[in-house]
Ligand binder design. Structure first.
Ligand SMILES: N[C@@H](CCC(=O)N[C@@H](CS)C(=O)NCC(=O)O)C(=O)O
Length: 213
């Protein structure tokens, strides 16, 4: 059996952060498909056996079972020594960006894309406008930050960068706007990460794409 198991599904930017990290560090891992769109994370069984929070991703490493992508990325960085922030200042800075991402970038783009593509009925215009406004404002902050350095914390990529990729490689037509085209520094940074050995697109890395018609 592979060393790591990751509960995930292809459309999940939250899970992509972790799947990408596992691939980039060359970990021996396998995905366990979460049937999110048929309600698996809402079942009592999932909440009892996999994650009481009712979310993916969940990483299993031997006896350890971890959720929250930021926690998982931290764990993998500490265990592999890769993509690890160095020293207290960098560690706190990485955490600051991971929380910003979870709340403001993934936290807006994720529901926006879900309500636009997958929810039935799809999102009400006022909700979509609100989420897009939040995402645009947060992406502008990310773009400004990336005008100073190649990666968020400087010249080297860390888990903060991997966290921020969450929804940013999914196709522009799923959002109805092109994030990379609107944010030059984000586009260049995404290209740099795409060139790292082991990079793969979320739809190639995790199971469940395309969704059955
Ligand atoms: N902050 C969490 C977010 C995880 C999350 O919301 N995952 C989605 C799938 S993309 C989920 O399972 N949602 C279920 C729900 O909100 O009920 C993380 O980064 O791991």
């Amino acid at each position: 059996m592979p060393e790591y198991q990751l509960y995930c599904f292809a459309q999940s930017g939250n899970a992509y952060r972790v799947a990408l990290m596992l691939n980039l560090i060359g970990a021996d891992w396998e995905p366990i498909f979460v049937d999110f769109f048929n309600g698996e994370t809402r079942t009592a069984e999932y909440r009892t056996k996999v994650n009481e929070m009712g979310e993916a991703p969940v990483l299993v490493h031997g006896a350890k079972k971890l959720s929250q992508s930021g926690v998982i990325l931290t764990y993998l960085a500490e265990h592999s020594g890769k993509f690890q922030p160095r020293g207290e200042d960098q560690r706190l800075e990485a955490l600051r960006w991971i929380i910003f991402d979870n709340q403001k970038i993934g936290g807006s783009l994720g529901p926006y894309r879900f309500l636009r593509n997958f929810a039935k009925p799809s999102g009400q215009p006022i909700v979509m406008e609100y989420l897009k406004g939040r995402a645009d404002a947060a992406l502008a902050i990310l773009d400004k930050r990336l005008s100073h350095s190649a990666y968020l914390l400087g010249a080297e990529p860390t888990i903060a960068d991997l966290s921020l990729t969450s929804y940013l490689y999914y196709p522009a037509d799923e959002f109805g706007f092109d994030i990379a085209a609107q944010h030059n520094n984000v586009a260049a940074w995404l290209d740099r990460i795409r060139k790292l050995s082991g990079w793969a697109h979320p739809y190639d890395l995790m199971p469940g794409y395309p969704l059955p018609a």
